[in-house]
Design a binder for this molecule. Structure first.
Ligand SMILES: [Zn+2]
Length: 171
């Protein structure tokens, strides 16, 4: 699939637009808003470089359509896992004998087959499988969150979902 160049009123001529760089997290909405004001509405706006769940809500509200970011896999390689009740480091000693999945509400391969205690063991043993399993989980978490946001937008419940997710994640 090649890139089709269509010259729009701004003369940029792209099928979609990528927005990204080292965006200041506290000014994310303002910066995205400035950029999106300059773009046509009929092309997708792709944002690079989100990190936590709150960034997704802020960016979507500001007008971003699609995303990608190394953050879910990068933090996973350092044993940090996203859960609906916040971000945790799976090597914390409190998980040593914790035989629950990373997140009981998650339907990913890792959560279906492995425990927090086993993930801790893998990271402590420097087994690459730990990073792989944590990455699978974090990627699923982000995909699941975006699925929920998409449904909430369709149902007019975006603000309710944001409050619900943020209330649990950042509590
Ligand atoms: Zn999972």
């Amino acid at each position: 699939m090649g890139l089709t160049l269509i010259v729009d009123e701004h003369g940029l001529g792209f099928d979609g637009y990528g927005i990204g760089d080292a965006l200041e997290e506290q000014n994310l909405a303002t910066i995205i808003g400035w950029v999106i004001d300059e773009l046509t509405e009929d092309r997708p706006r792709h944002l690079l470089g989100i990190s936590g769940p709150d960034d997704l809500f802020v960016s979507i509200e500001a007008g971003a359509d699609t995303f990608d970011c190394v953050s879910p896999s990068r933090v996973a390689r350092n044993a940090a896992v996203y859960t609906w009740r916040g971000r945790h480091n799976i090597t914390n000693a409190r998980f040593r004998r914790d035989f629950a999945p990373i997140d009981p509400d998650c339907d990913c391969y890792t959560c279906a087959n492995y425990t927090r205690a086993y993930l801790l063991h893998l990271f402590k043993s420097r087994e690459i499988l730990g990073a792989m399993l944590a990455t699978i989980h974090n990627e699923r978490f982000i995909i699941g969150l975006v699925d929920q946001i998409r449904e909430a937008i369709s149902g007019g419940r975006f603000d309710d979902l944001r409050e619900h997710v943020s209330g649990r994640y950042y509590a």
